[in-house]
Write a new protein. Structure first.
Length: 65
């Protein structure tokens, strides 16, 4: 079971990095389309990135158990 954790966490980190990059790409595209909504879009991006990071940290804790 511990060997699986050694493989699961790097994949989780890679997936989180990919998800945040896609989220940033979509946020930048939407801000370019509607600059007046930039503040709201930026807030949603930061919240989304924070949730992804929390899930990644949770995966790290579970990998250590």
């Amino acid at each position: 079971m511990e060997v699986l954790a050694y493989f699961a966490y790097p994949f989780t980190v890679a997936a989180a990095g990919w998800a945040i990059s896609v989220l940033g790409q979509v946020a930048a595209k939407n801000i370019a389309r509607q600059p007046e909504a930039g503040g709201t879009i930026q807030t949603v991006f930061i919240l989304g990135a924070a949730f992804i990071e929390v899930l990644t940290l949770l995966a790290f804790v579970l990998a250590l158990m």
